[in-house]
Design a protein around this ligand. Structure first.
Ligand code: PLP
Length: 393
């Protein structure tokens, strides 16, 4: 009944899978037939502390019973606390603007860069360079920033001032007198779970600093402990000018953020969001950060990441004819599968075996489990993944 309702009344922008979930706890989701699925995708990296974490549920319900929303024209206490917390955990000297999504955070980043490029009496610098295979969002300008041209059909004309580089070295050749910023993911998520080389990124950072070109790091997927540190920028030991986050920040509620070292770039009226950073989402995000900070400080997170990696490499070694190599960092990992047809078969089979996994790029089997996933859930999930891969051989 709901399937028909969905087909009749919802626009078909997703290849929808018609399973109907009714509840979820930790990394286990239950459907209306009481079948249990192991969640190795966490709503595409969103449910960072697992489904219905009791502390997040409590924070949201308590906040909802007090006050949910006022306009950003007023002080919002949990928003101020969240900004302070993000800045202190990151170690960067920045300020925050809260949005509702990753694409919006990136829009904010582009606006900050473009405003910085406007200097009285000089030709405006406006060009933003991104990488091929990158993903930065679905709005018109973040879609243009996204370096996967296959996604650009139909929706033009696009705003000017974006260029796509083949790789980090090619970025340097594309930088010219019009360039204001370079925007990068440190591990390309949608593009294939492809980490950048730390040394190359550090060299690029220096190259850009020398030319007063801003470095924007899109941490919408890598951020919030996904790679083992609050931000992948911390792991890469760089100091970007602008950082965007979203996915894992709210543990499931929609929240994004652009962090900027240009602390006074906006004057009242330059940017805004009706919903961005309201009481409800900030209360949830504060609790998510507390949970993950404690988990990191206890050593539990690093231990879990090592175990996760071990499980993956065992599978990869066992099926060398199917799995070409392992890619990724921390809890953002993938297995490069020999071809895209085999990958599709594995993902379909995994669903039948009740483990939820993702595709990235053309032939990468992607894993983005809840960061707090426990050993039992990992063991059970990987057992099911292995059965799914073994069907191919
Ligand atoms: C998912 C993602 C986005 C877009 O986020 P939305 O919340 O879907 O707008 C942008 N950049 C990266 C790196 C992402 O992974």
């Amino acid at each position: 009944m709901f399937e028909k309702m969905d087909r009749d009344f919802v626009l078909h922008s997703y290849g929808r899978n018609y399973v109907n979930f009714k509840s979820a706890k930790g990394a286990v989701i239950t459907d209306t037939n009481d079948k249990e699925y192991i969640d190795f995708m966490a709503g595409i990296g969103v449910v960072s502390v697992g489904h219905s974490h009791p502390r997040v549920v409590k924070a949201i319900s308590e906040q909802a019973s007090k006050i949910i929303h006022v306009s950003n024209l007023f002080l919002i206490e949990p928003q101020a606390k969240l900004a302070q917390k993000l800045i202190s955990l990151s170690g960067y000297d920045m300020r925050c603007f809260f949005s509702n999504s990753g694409a919006e955070a990136n829009e904010g980043a582009i606006k900050i860069a473009r405003k910085y490029g406007e200097v009285e009496g000089k030709a405006k610098r406006y060009k933003v360079i991104t990488l091929e295979h990158s993903f930065h969002g679905r709005t018109i300008s973040t879609l243009k920033a996204t370096g996967q041209v296959s996604m650009h059909d139909y929706f033009g004309p696009y705003p000017d001032g974006f260029a796509h580089a083949k790789d980090i070295d090619d970025i340097k050749t594309l930088c010219d007198e019009h360039t204001i910023a370079v925007m990068l993911e440190l591990v390309q998520g949608e593009g294939g779970v492809e980490p950048m080389e730390k040394q190359k990124v550090q060299e690029l950072e220096k190259f850009l600093k020398d030319r007063d070109i801003l470095l924007i790091i899109d941490e919408v997927q890598t951020g919030i402990y996904r790679t083992g540190e609050l931000l992948a920028s911390n792991l890469f030991e760089i100091t970007p000018d602008i950082i965007t986050i979203a996915k894992g920040l709210g543990g499931g509620v929609p929240i994004g953020c652009v962090m900027s070292s240009l602390k006074d770039i906006f004057k009242p009226g330059d940017h805004g969001s009706t919903f961005g950073g309201n009481y409800l989402v900030c209360a949830a995000a504060l609790e998510v950060l507390d949970i993950l900070e404690e988990y990191k400080n206890s050593g539990g997170l690093d231990e879990a990441m090592i175990y996760f990696e071990k499980c993956l490499s065992e599978i990869s070694k066992k099926y060398p004819d199917i799995v070409k190599k392992e890619v990724g960092l921390g809890f953002m990992r993938g297995l490069r599968i020999k071809d895209s047809e085999s990958l599709t078969k594995i993902i379909d089979e995994a669903f039948r075996n009740r483990v939820l996994v993702l595709k990235a790029g053309r032939n990468t089997l992607r894993f983005l489990p809840p960061i707090t996933i426990n050993k039992e859930e990992l063991d059970e999930g990987f057992k099911r993944v292995e059965v799914s891969i073994s069907k191919l051989s």
